[in-house]
Ligand binder design. Sequence first.
Ligand code: SDX
Length: 430
Amino acid sequence: MSGSQARLTIGNDTFDMDIKPGTIGPSVVDINSFYGDTGMFTYDPGYTSTGSCESKITYIDGDEGVLLYRGYPIEQLAEHGDFLETCYLLLYGELPTKEQKADFDYRVTHHTMIHEQMSRFFTGFRRDAHPMAIMVGVVGALSAFYHDSTDISDPYQRMVASLRMIAKMPTIAAMAYKYSIGQPFVYPKNDLDLASNFLRMCFAVPCEEYEVNPVLARAIDRIFILHADHEQNASTSTVRLAGSSGANPFACIAAGVACLWGPAHGGANEAALTMLREIGSPENIPDFIERAKDKDDPFRLMGFGHRVYKNYDPRARIMQKTCHEVLGELGIRDDPLLEVAMELERIALTDDYFVEKKLYPNIDFYSGITLNALGFQPNMFTVLFAVARTVGWIAQWKEMVEDPSQRIGRPRQLYTGATERDYVPLSKRG
Ligand code: SDX
């Protein structure tokens, strides 16, 4: 479809704006000259109708429940691929050949250690610090150690920074976990794949050999695939906005980690498990459903609803399947949390309020039960989300930096504050 135009009439004036079509999904109305032409700003708090950029990385059809990474359906990538293959795909746009995959795996594996002096950051935190607080601090500090990959104008340094972030996030996350439970740090091992390495760094202790359970490692790897990228979500938009000023990639990722922590975003997996524990048993569900519908009650069903998905989040289906696999492998037959979750989903999906508002389980609804069964404490759930989403943040940051039309992001506002007035000296203010 060749580009056509949109016409806006304001009073006696008309303004024509180009319509740009995408390869799939909604077209956009280019309002870049809107303020210059009209003297007005557009207004879209929460950006429900605003495209912030052009991207080739991830496509979501919220009505159909479709998620594509570089055109490949998430179901196929989660079924047949592994996380590092997905990282390569998101970064470079194509599935790697055998040789490219082997080279990429080797390079990421050989960046998994962090500078030994960084371990001192952890001891500066209280033992009961939330691991996400540690992640924000330590990830931001990476730029204090890796000056040789902070020049964003150098393609080689951009590549090295990308590999370092993907490789070091699991190590930093595992160290944050070990620090929070008072156990010694476990170094990565180069003969393990990323997911196996991560499980070992989290759960191995010096007193005995740790044997990776391949079923659980596969589950973690698939969970990372599901969380890898998701178009222009809040934390990715944060990374893009931070990066638009020219900030180094480590600082931008730290900004993304901070944004992801919010309970409306990546913090929902921790909040969802807390909610399921609070509900406790199926007979309590109706009361919580009523609270979720009560406008005067701030309570919401955590793990339900989504700005884009108005159908079942395709990741939630795969997450639920993975949850059953993990519980089965661990011999957990009747997990009360899973029983509550499945009954809550059944009731909510037949309740008029949720049906009318198109509120379905999202990726965070089943991830908490799965991660809890894997042995992670709830305050580590968003940390795992951040480990996985790092590749999405870096891929989107790289796409933005390499976009020749890229400019600093600087939104405007609708000002409704005081009009100009003169200063009143303290002596005259009564
Ligand atoms: C993630 O953007 C992404 O892609 C994010 C993510 C990613 O991969 O990056 O997918 C990851 O963040 C998933 C979402 C995790 N958050 C939660 O599960 C928290 C609970 N969900 C909500 O807070 C909410 O659904 C949001 C934040 C996810 C979406 O918020 P929106 O799009 O701003 O929608 P809204 O809050 O305006 O809700 C629309 C209506 C409201 O009712 P009305 O005011 O129109 O009467 O639906 C209601 C809300 O009250 N509603 C809910 C609800 N979610 C929305 N009511 C009860 N329980 C809920 N969970």
